[in-house]
Design a protein around this ligand. Structure first.
Ligand SMILES: Cc1cc2nc3c(=O)[nH]c(=O)nc-3n(C[C@H](O)[C@H](O)[C@H](O)COP(=O)(O)O)c2cc1C
Length: 178
């Protein structure tokens, strides 16, 4: 980790279960974003935190998309079951999420609103199935206009297992690793 940050947290949300990958439904025992988050942890040594909801999203892909759509349309905040006790110690938050309906899941909204990130640097990364980061980066910046939001790493879900080169290049460019 670059010395300009004293401590980094890799916080991510990811959903296991059936997902749409390259035009077909595939069961993912480990979510794509979790795979990328683990790789970032291995490369940076940052602390890993999984954003977990009290409610498990349906394993069925289409059902999950409906639940997520209802949450988004109604601006709901799914209850989170865990929290970061020592958030004040982190100056860099590497924030990972899947793109759901063009932005991050409502659980990540809830996570972002549970702390004050105004004085922090946020390095977002996402996995997606074609839409890139969507409007997720703007949504982070809207919540925290004063935070430094670094360019987002976007990984296609099906490439999560082969994303080392892209991750390394992103971390190096942002000077998060040497
Ligand atoms: C509820 C839901 C909504 C999604 N919406 C989008 C979308 O708007 N754009 C996109 O490119 N992919 C979308 N996807 C695909 C996911 O972003 C992609 O499969 C991601 O890698 C899943 O990450 P995870 O396994 O960590 O949950 C959606 C998937 C789900 C389950």
């Amino acid at each position: 980790m670059n010395t300009s940050y004293s401590k980094s947290l890799i916080a991510y949300f990811s959903r296991k279960g059936n997902n749409y990958v390259n035009g077909r439904i595939v069961n993912l025992p480990v979510g794509n974003t979790e795979i990328v988050a683990q790789k970032i942890k291995n490369l940076t040594g940052g602390d890993l935190f999984e954003i977990k909801t009290s409610y498990s999203y349906p394993l069925d892909y289409y059902e999950a998309t409906e639940v997520a759509k209802t949450e988004l349309e109604n601006n709901l905040r799914p209850e989170l079951v865990n929290n970061v006790k020592n958030m004040e110690e982190y100056d860099l938050i590497v924030l990972g999420y899947p793109i759901w309906w063009d932005t991050f899941p409502m659980a990540v909204f809830n996570f972002l609103e549970s702390y004050d990130f105004s004085a922090k640097t946020i390095a977002p990364f996402c996995t997606h199935e074609g839409s890139g980061a969507g409007r997720s980066v703007q949504d982070i910046q809207k919540l925290y206009p004063q935070a430094i939001v670094l360019p987002c790493l976007t990984i296609r879900g099906s490439m999560a297992n082969n994303s080392e080169t892209a991750i390394k290049s992103w971390l190096t460019k942002l000077q998060l690793i040497k």
